[in-house]
Ligand binder design. Structure first.
Ligand SMILES: [Zn+2]
Length: 294
C-alpha cells in the first residue's frame, strides 16, 4: 500500500455512506424503530451531541533505529490520521479519545476506558512488519498494514465504550468484527488479511491463551477475519478457499456472516452519524445479498 492522504475517503467516507445506506434500505433508523417517546428523545439527545474526536500522536523513540524507522513511516504516511479523520467526520463522539503510538518495551496494544486512550506500541508494528512483510516487498507497506487492523480493533473497543453500544457476545469478537468490516468497507482488504495473518503468526509463535481468556484463540480469530474477507467478495477471494486458507465448510457461511455483521454495525453506528451521504458499494452488496436471500 502506498501512502494515502485520504484513507477512508475512497468512496466519500464509506462508513457514513454505508450506514446511511442501511437506513435507506430498511426504511427505518433507530429513531424510528418503535422505541417509546421518553427513550426515543433521550437517545436523540445522547446521539446528537458531538463533543469529541479521535486524536493520533506519535511519542518519541529512544535508542532503537528500527523503531525509529517504523515511527517515521507511520507518521509521514498520514494513513492513520486520515483513517481517524474520516471517523471524526462521520461520527458524533461524546468525548475525546487519544491514540498514542509508544515505545512500550513489548509488542502490545490496548484501550484504557478510564482515560479514554488507545495505546499502540511501536514494537507490535515491528513484530508484524518483520513476520509478514508485504506483497510489494516494501517495508513501508508492511509497516502500515501491520498496525491498521490493531488500530481499528482498539477503535472498536473505544466506540463500544464511549457510545455505550449494545453489543452482545464477547467484546473482543465485536472489536475484531469492527476492524475487519471497517477495513473492508474502506477497500483496505490487504490490511484486513494482514490482520488475519497476524493471528496466524501469534498462533505459531506464542503460547495459546487459556480457555478462560476473554479473547478467542488466535486461530479462531484468524478464521473469523478470513471469513469476513471472503464473504465480502467471494469471487475475488476464492483463492482463500482453493489455497486452503479457509475450509469450504466455513466459507459456505461467510457471505451471510459478512452481511449480518455489516448490517449490525450499520445499525449500531447509525444514531451517531453526522450526515447521510451517497450510497456505496456495500449498499449494492447488501441489495444483492438480500435478493439472493442471504
Ligand atoms: Zn481487544
Amino acid at each position: 500500500m502506498t501512502a494515502r492522504s485520504a484513507f477512508l475517503r475512497i468512496k466519500q467516507s464509506a462508513i457514513a455512506a454505508t450506514v446511511a445506506a442501511s437506513a435507506f434500505l430498511t426504511g427505518c433508523g433507530v429513531m424510528e424503530a418503535g422505541l417509546d417517546g421518553d427513550r426515543n428523545s433521550l437517545l436523540a439527545l445522547n446521539s446528537s451531541e458531538d463533543r469529541g474526536d479521535f486524536h493520533v500522536s506519535y511519542r518519541p523513540v529512544e535508542d532503537d533505529a528500527y523503531l525509529k524507522a517504523i515511527k517515521h513511516i507511520l507518521e509521514s504516511s498520514g494513513t492513520y490520521e486520515a483513517a481517524v479523520q474520516d471517523l471524526n467526520d462521520a461520527l458524533r463522539l461524546p468525548e475525546d479519545v487519544n491514540i498514542e503510538f509508544l515505545q512500550c518495551g513489548s509488542a502490545d496494544a490496548y484501550y484504557d476506558p478510564n482515560i479514554k486512550s488507545i495505546t499502540l506500541c511501536y514494537e507490535l508494528v515491528q513484530r508484524y512488519t518483520e513476520a509478514l512483510g508485504s506483497d510489494d516487498g516494501s517495508m513501508e507497506t508492511a509497516a502500515l498494514h501491520a498496525g491498521l487492523f490493531t488500530l481499528f480493533h482498539e477503535l472498536g473497543h473505544a466506540l463500544i465504550d464511549v457510545l455505550e453500544l449494545p453489543i452482545t457476545g464477547r467484546e473482543e469478537d465485536a472489536a475484531d468484527e469492527f476492524a475487519a468490516i471497517m477495513l473492508l468497507w474502506s477497500e483496505q482488504e490487504e490490511a484486513a488479511l494482514s490482520g488475519a495473518q497476524q493471528f496466524s503468526v501469534d498462533a505459531a509463535e506464542w503460547e495459546e491463551a487459556p480457555y478462560w481468556d476473554e479473547h478467542g484463540t488466535d486461530m479462531q480469530r484468524y478464521y473469523n477475519i478470513a471469513c469476513y474477507v471472503y464473504g465480502s467478495d467471494s469471487d475475488r477471494w476464492a483463492n482463500l478457499v482453493t489455497g486452503e486458507s479457509l475450509p469450504q465448510e466455513r466459507a459456505d457461511l461467510c457471505e451471510e456472516d459478512y452481511w449480518r455483521k455489516s448490517n449490525s454495525w450499520n445499525k449500531l453506528l447509525n444514531p451517531y452519524l453526522k450526515q447521510q451521504i451517497e450510497l456505496t458499494a456495500l449498499n449494492e452488496q447488501i441489495t444483492r445479498n438480500s435478493q439472493r436471500g442471504l
